[in-house]
Design a protein around this ligand. Structure first.
Ligand SMILES: C[S@@+](CC[C@H](N)C(=O)[O-])C[C@H]1O[C@@H](n2cnc3c(N)ncnc32)[C@H](O)[C@@H]1O
Length: 260
């Protein structure tokens, strides 16, 4: 199975999605859920383009430290250039399941839209537990792709495209298992919340409009030959948008926990 990989073009598409107002508003809520204090040390696992790490750096201030970890060189390069000149930010290339960091090093840690891409989720949670100090705070956010609602005229084709898109992550329905996984890794769950992305109109600068190209590109290259479906699906959605018809929603789930 080929999961989502980030070359220069996929990085550009991800950044376009992550800069939409929908995702920017959620990012503020994710950072708020960590309840950071000035001077704290915080870890962002799977930090991607660095937009969340920037927010975290503002909250911990010049005496604090934000460490961003990611496995993708193109995304790390983007993050490094975005955050250049901010001494409290550091970047590491590493796998979430094997962090080159000391035990109990951080006051807080966050991993948003990452664990669904990590084959061994429990190993990643064990690493988050190891590097957090006792009572350190953890925020995890992931999507359940069963929650998607997308108005498309050709339902059969849409379902084929979504079935192929499932392969983009090893855990497309991770949130429903996260409470038990967090407890198993030694965390106490404090709060959990559903965070919908809801696009009831065809705004160009919305999460779902920006996701069309990213999904179509992945499905076109997926195993099983879905290129024709992917391009017809994207064309149809773009026509729907041009006609002013659009309805989309998708749920992300937020978990706030503390290290026991
Ligand atoms: C959808 S992006 C989310 C980026 C960021 N957390 C955010 O919410 O803006 C997923 C990120 O997880 C990273 N990633 C996936 N598997 C990983 C792993 N095993 N270890 C570290 N990072 C990983 C990807 O490279 C990518 O940057």
């Amino acid at each position: 199975m080929r999961t989502l990989q980030y070359d220069a073009e996929a990085t550009r598409r991800l950044v376009a999605v992550y800069r939409t107002p929908d995702v920017a508003a959620q990012r503020e809520a994710f950072a708020a859920a960590l309840a950071l204090q000035a001077g704290e040390h915080v870890l962002d696992v799977g930090a991607g383009p660095g937009l969340l790490a920037l927010l975290l750096a503002e909250r911990v201030g010049p005496r604090g430290k934000v460490c961003g970890v990611d496995i993708s060189e193109p995304l790390l390069a983007y993050a490094r250039s975005l955050t250049a000149g901010r001494p409290q930010l550091c970047w590491l290339k590493a796998d979430a399941t094997s962090l080159p960091l000391a035990d109990s090093e951080f006051d807080a840690a966050i991993s948003t839209q990452v664990l669904e891409y990590v084959a061994d989720v429990d190993a990643a949670l064990a690493e988050l537990h190891r590097v957090l100090r006792p009572q350190g705070r953890l925020v995890v956010v992931d999507t359940d792709w069963d929650s998607i609602v997308w108005a498309t005229p050709d339902r059969a084709r849409h379902e084929r495209v979504m079935a192929s898109w499932e392969a983009h992550a090893p855990h497309p329905r991770l949130p429903r298992t996260l409470a038990a996984r967090l407890a198993g890794a030694g965390f106490e769950l404090r709060r959990t919340e559903v965070m919908p992305l809801y696009n009831p109109s065809a705004c160009e600068d919305s999460y779902s409009r920006q996701m069309v190209a990213l999904i179509a590109d992945f499905v076109a290259r997926a195993e099983g030959g879905h290129a024709a479906d992917a391009s017809a699906w994207a064309d149809e959605l773009n026509q729907e948008a041009a006609a002013g018809r659009w309805f989309f929603s998708l749920n992300r789930y937020l978990f706030v926990a503390t290290r026991c």
